[in-house]
Every structure is written in C-alpha cells, then in structure tokens.
Design a protein around this ligand. Structure first.
Ligand SMILES: C[S@@+](CC[C@H](N)C(=O)[O-])C[C@H]1O[C@@H](n2cnc3c(N)ncnc32)[C@H](O)[C@@H]1O
Length: 256
C-alpha cells in the first residue's frame, strides 16, 4: 500500500509524460547544462576512487529519470544503481543503458520510492545501501517531504559517503552572470502543468544547509554552488509571458 501520496502523484504524472519529458528543446538544453555542471564539479564532489583492494565504488542515481546522471558519471563508479518512482522512466533508463552497451551489472535501474514503505521491495537489497555517493538531480522539488527524503538517503550512504543535490535555486541564491530580462527566479512551478507534482519550487543555500544537517550530514562539509548560466523555461511550460530564466545549483554534504 502506498504511504507517500505525493510520490504516487509523481508516479502517475511521470508515467504519462516519460516519453515527452526529455525531447523538448528546453529540457535537452537543461540536460546539457546539468551534465556540464556534474562533470566540471567532479573533483569538488570527490567520490571515492576505485581501487582493486577495496569494495567497488557505488553511486545511487535517485529519481533517475532516463539516466542523465548515471550516463554522465559512468566512468566514476564501478556500480551505478538508478531508482525512480515511475516504471516508465525506469524502462527508458534501462533501454538507453542497453543501447549504450553497458552491462546491467554495472548500471541498472529499478522502481522504488525511499519515502514509501509500500513500494520498496526492489530497493531492499545490498545494492541500494552503503553507497559512496547518492545523487538526486532536479527532483527534490518533487518530494512531499524533502527533509525525510534526505534522511532516507543518508541512511543508505556509507560512512564518509557524499550526498549531492541539483535543483532550482531561489532568486537570492541563484544569481548567474548575464541573466536576461525575462522573469528571473519566478515561481515557475505555480502555473505549470506539473505544479501538482511540486512541493517547493526552489531552495536557498540556507535551506540546503538546514536539510543536510537535519538529515545527519556533517554541517562542516556542506557546499552550495549556483551554476554559471541561467536555464530558460519557455512560456509554453512556465505559463508566464516570455518564459522564465532560472538558475540551478549543485549542493553536497558528507555522512560522518
Ligand atoms: C525532472 S525529472 C528528473 C530526472 C533526472 N534525475 C534528470 O535530472 O534528468 C524528476 C524525476 O523524479 C522522479 N520522482 C519524483 N518523486 C520521486 C520519489 N518520491 N521517488 C523517486 N523518484 C521520484 C520522477 O518520476 C522523475 O523521473
């Protein structure tokens, strides 16, 4: 039985929109920026390096969608496990992985929700614990209880593992050079077709510090970096005249 009704709402929405979610021009441009942000932050994130005499390096790509984070970071882990509440997203992830010739032992996604005790069989095994890094890209704003979600993630990290979040920055935290004259940092989510799947449209550096610390991460390890450019969400999606320019951030903290 579902115990996270917000997760259930997201599952229905993303199952319906899984195919179209990553084909629109603005979403492709955003994916490219997220990729660039991850790769240019790789030393800063500092995931344990693989070595033959230690346990394999494991990344969990949580709320993985079709696998943008996993495919971007495939060279930085021995094992990557994707988790998403939407089975249509999980199917896309595994199809794209198959097409890339990557083995399922190396990379594989399953359906699950850390906040839903009735939806957890596939994520109960050791593959989904003791991760070196758990990364969640553009999905914290879809969680009914962001604090509970971060706590569940920390439970699944190994000691000194790193939790990484990418999401929309609030207008005070997300100033990027060259922001255009379009509405900036507007609450885009209030009007969009996805508004019912969103609990909080953006996060400040202070919000993230509080969430990481509340989840049991070491507060001294918290880092927050707005991406160098804005991302344009067109009028057709934001339902705001001229569209909106938003800035996303990458933030991290370590489990003690
Ligand atoms: C905007 S997409 C981001 C996908 C991917 N991380 C990326 O950056 O391309 C949001 C994803 O979060 C997933 N999601 C929403 N709530 C979730 C939850 N409680 N648990 C797991 N996945 C969730 C959705 O199914 C969807 O695939």
């Amino acid at each position: 039985m579902a115990t996270d009704s917000f997760g259930d709402t997201n599952r229905h929405f993303w199952n319906k929109n899984a195919k179209s979610a990553f084909t629109q021009e603005w979403a492709l441009a955003l994916s490219e920026q997220l990729r660039d942000c991850l790769l240019s932050s790789i030393d800063w994130i500092d995931i344990r390096k693989s070595s033959s005499n230690e346990t394999p390096v494991k990344i969990i790509d949580y709320a993985c969608g079709n696998g943008l984070v996993s495919r971007t970071l495939v060279d930085f882990a021995d094992v990557i496990r994707g988790v998403d509440v939407s089975d249509a997203m999980v199917d896309q992830y595994n199809d794209l992985r198959r097409q890339s010739g990557i083995s399922p032992e190396r990379m594989h996604a399953v359906c699950g929700n850390f906040l839903d005790s009735g939806h957890n069989d596939a994520i109960a095994g050791p593959d989904f614990y003791e991760a070196d890094a758990i990364i969640m890209s553009m999905a914290l704003h879809h969680c009914g209880d962001p604090q509970a979600m971060l706590s569940k993630m920390v439970d699944r990290l190994r000691s000194n593992g790193v939790l990484v979040m990418l999401d929309w920055a609030d207008s005070a935290s997300g100033h990027a050079a060259g922001a255009s004259s379009h509405a900036h940092g507007h609450d885009i989510m209030g009007n969009s077709d996805a508004s019912h799947t969103i609990s909080k449209s953006s996060f400040s550096a202070g919000d993230m510090k509080q969430l990481f610390s509340g989840a049991g991460c070491n507060p001294d390890t918290v880092g927050f970096r707005p991406y160098k450019e804005t991302s344009h969400i067109p009028e057709s999606v934001a339902k705001v005249k001229g569209g909106v320019d938003m800035t996303f951030f990458i933030a991290k903290a370590r489990k003690p």
